[in-house]
Structures are given as C-alpha cells and as structure tokens.
Design a protein around this ligand. Structure first.
Ligand SMILES: Nc1ncnc2c1ncn2[C@@H]1O[C@H](COP(=O)(O)OP(=O)(O)OP(=O)(O)O)[C@@H](O)[C@H]1O
Ligand SMILES: [Mg+2]
Length: 146
C-alpha cells in the first residue's frame, strides 16, 4: 500500500505518470473517490505516460473509451451502472483480458464482475487541508475492495 499527497491537479498527474510505469499489458486499475475527486485527472496522467496524445475526457455517456498509445488504454466510467451481474457485463471480459490497460472510474459499481488482482487507487479529499488537497492510496496487492 502506498500513500501519496497531492496539492494540485498537476501533482496528481505526476503521481499518476509515475504509477503508470508499474502497469503492464492486462493491468486493471480500479479507481474510487467521490464526484470531482480527480479520477479522470489521474487517468489522464496514466494515459499521458503511456504515450496517448489525445486528451482524456470522461466517458460518462459511453461506459468505455479507447485510447491508443504505447499500450492501448481502455477508460471505463461505471458511474451509471448498478447491480450488475456477470451476464450483463460479459462483454467487458474482452477488455479485461486484452493486452491493453483498463482504468475504471466508479469501479465499485462493477466489482462483482471485475477479475481478481486489480490495482486499487482511492482518491480522497480532505477539506481541512484545502480545496485542492487529495490523498491518493494505491494498493497493488489486489486485496483491497474498490
Ligand atoms: N489535487 C488535485 N488532484 C486532482 N484534481 C484536482 C486537484 N485539485 C483540484 N482538482 C480539480 O478537481 C477536479 C477533478 O475532476 P475529475 O473530472 O478528474 O474528477 P472525477 O473524480 O473524475 O469526477 P467524476 O466522478 O465526476 O468523474 C478538476 O476540476 C481538477 O482541476
Ligand atoms: Mg471522471
């Protein structure tokens, strides 16, 4: 478990870019954190480090966006999904078991269908420490619930 502290969106991007070096083909990153915590900002940092040139935006209306870099990045937003069953989501396996990297916002909404061994990244605000402060907890053991 690693804990980072960010004081602005640029620092969050740097933390994400450094973290991206640990990712491999087939890695799955389960992001959690409230609305506006910085999940998309963190994803954009990962994508940049993986050679994606396109701007990363939230895939809220599509569930998944694909970005081609040195590795393919699949950016999911599960915000609108709830009570999913494996049958609803079997199409996702094509992404989870691909040679790209899957990064999933609101991953807890699809936890029931996520393969084991995902990396959990939790982004938390703390208003006592300022509007832009974020605590970023990364658990690569695959044992944390998202
Ligand atoms: N330290 C920080 N790290 C990340 N974002 C920050 C930070 N400080 C301020 N921000 C701002 O917080 C917002 C984060 O937005 P972002 O879209 O990344 O959140 P999100 O978690 O993806 O939200 P949603 O759940 O709506 O998808 C941005 O406007 C960003 O500029
Ligand atoms: Mg987002």
């Amino acid at each position: 478990m690693k804990i980072f502290e960010s004081h602005n969106v640029g620092e969050t991007s740097k933390i994400a870019q450094e973290f991206a070096k640990t990712l491999k083909e087939g890695s799955i990153v389960a992001l959690s954190g409230d609305l506006g915590a910085g999940k998309t900002a963190f994803t954009a940092g990962i994508a940049k480090a993986l050679g994606v040139r396109e701007a990363v935006t939230s895939p809220t209306f599509t569930i998944v966006n694909q970005y081609d870099g040195d590795m393919t990045v699949y950016h999911f937003d599960a915000y609108r999904l709830e009570n999913v069953t494996p049958d609803d989501c079997d199409w996702m396996d094509d992404y989870f078991f691909s040679d790209g990297v899957c990064i999933i916002e609101w991953a807890k909404n699809i936890e029931a269908v996520l393969p084991r061994g995902y990396i959990s990244v939790q982004i938390e605000k703390d208003s006592a420490l300022g509007e832009d402060y974020r605590k970023i907890t990364i658990d690569e053991t695959g044992e944390t619930k998202c």
